[in-house]
Design a protein around this ligand. Structure first.
Ligand SMILES: NC(=O)c1ccc[n+]([C@@H]2O[C@H](COP(=O)([O-])OP(=O)(O)OC[C@H]3O[C@@H](n4cnc5c(N)ncnc54)[C@H](OP(=O)(O)O)[C@@H]3O)[C@@H](O)[C@H]2O)c1
Length: 287
């Protein structure tokens, strides 16, 4: 039987965003908040004792900060807030189902459901479209089955995460999503420091073109630039223009790009020159 009633503890960015998406997919969704606030009209907000709403759903989602997931699970145990016929999933990328272990005696199925989607604006229109986003899933068999059903109804792509993989999986996701944002910020700072004051979103548009390329190509096919071409002098000049802190980021990502270029046929002598520039050079040795 499809689970139709979902309660979400945590009425922040993901609680509201995922809640709206689930409501759009036909679920009845109740948010549990710590205070009264305006929430999207498709959602009910409950502020008060937990058991009346945490026991009356098929799937209970914990959309709280990662650091309080274990404490929330303990509170649910102490208040007898979950029964054996229910499924409890938290949304953390780092933690796995063991963060919910205090709920074992309840007999509920435990797992995690981590949407690979950045929800920056609680309740905003962009927050509700989860279709085609991947979602990392793991846990007890019954919890995984419920999570996969939810993913299918949201038109998401479920990815089963092997035991012990979540810290590396989440680190990789943070690199792609959060650190891309940090890279754009870093690029804007670098050109500001070089005297450019009016970049007018040029790096965001550059990034959009790169992302569009990757929609139809593997990363190694989408890689362009001096490392793919073998332009060691260009790399040396870049390093010479950067502060030591910015050089460290450039070198680390440059070495990853170099490994891709080598695998894609860059000649060994050019690769050796680039390796030297990226690991030891500071640009001052340009010939
Ligand atoms: N946002 C994303 O892009 C994203 C993506 C993937 C996964 N996630 C996961 O989703 C979860 C929630 O993240 P978020 O970005 O939605 O965080 P958020 O915007 O900070 O929202 C967290 C919510 O949890 C509530 N809360 C905090 N401590 C609580 C407690 N002890 N008991 C009950 N409620 C508590 C907060 O209540 P108040 O409003 O009263 O402070 C807030 O509404 C995290 O596990 C995160 O890893 C988020």
């Amino acid at each position: 039987m499809a689970a139709d009633r979902i309660t979400i503890i945590g009425s922040g960015r993901m609680g509201q965003g995922l809640g709206r998406a689930l409501a759009g997919a036909g679920y009845g969704v109740t948010l549990v908040g710590r205070r009264q606030r305006t929430v999207p009209s498709q959602l009910l907000l409950h502020v008060g004792d937990w058991p009346p709403v945490t026991r009356s759903c098929d799937v209970l989602l914990l959309a709280t900060p990662d650091d309080v997931v274990e404490a929330v699970a303990r509170r649910l145990t102490d208040e007898n807030g979950v029964g054996s016929d229910q499924v409890v999933l938290h949304l953390s990328g780092l933690l796995d189902h063991r963060a919910l272990d205090s709920l074992r005696p309840s007999g509920a199925a435990l797992g995690s459901f981590h949407p690979l989607k950045s929800v920056a604006e609680p309740g905003g229109a962009k927050a509700t479209d989860f279709a085609m986003a991947a979602v990392g899933i793991e846990g007890d068999d019954r919890a995984v089955a419920a999570a996969e059903t939810m993913a299918r109804r949201l038109e998401m792509i479920p990815i089963r995460l092997p035991p012990g993989s979540k810290p590396a999986y989440h680190a990789a996701a943070v690199l792609v999503s959060n650190y891309t944002v940090a890279l754009v910020h870093m690029a804007e700072r670098i050109v500001h420091e070089a005297g450019l004051r009016d970049e007018r979103g040029m790096f965001q548009r550059l990034l959009e073109g790169t992302v569009a390329n990757m929609a139809s190509m593997a990363p190694h096919e989408a890689l362009t630039g001096p490392i793919r071409r073998g332009d060691a002098h260009t790399v040396e000049a870049h390093l010479a223009s950067l502060s030591p802190g910015d050089q460290a980021v450039y070198r680390a990502l440059g070495l990853e790009a170099l490994r891709m270029a080598e695998a894609d046929g860059l000649s060994p002598d050019v690769a050796e020159r680039l390796q030297a520039a990226l690991t030891t050079g500071d640009g001052s040795s340009r010939s």
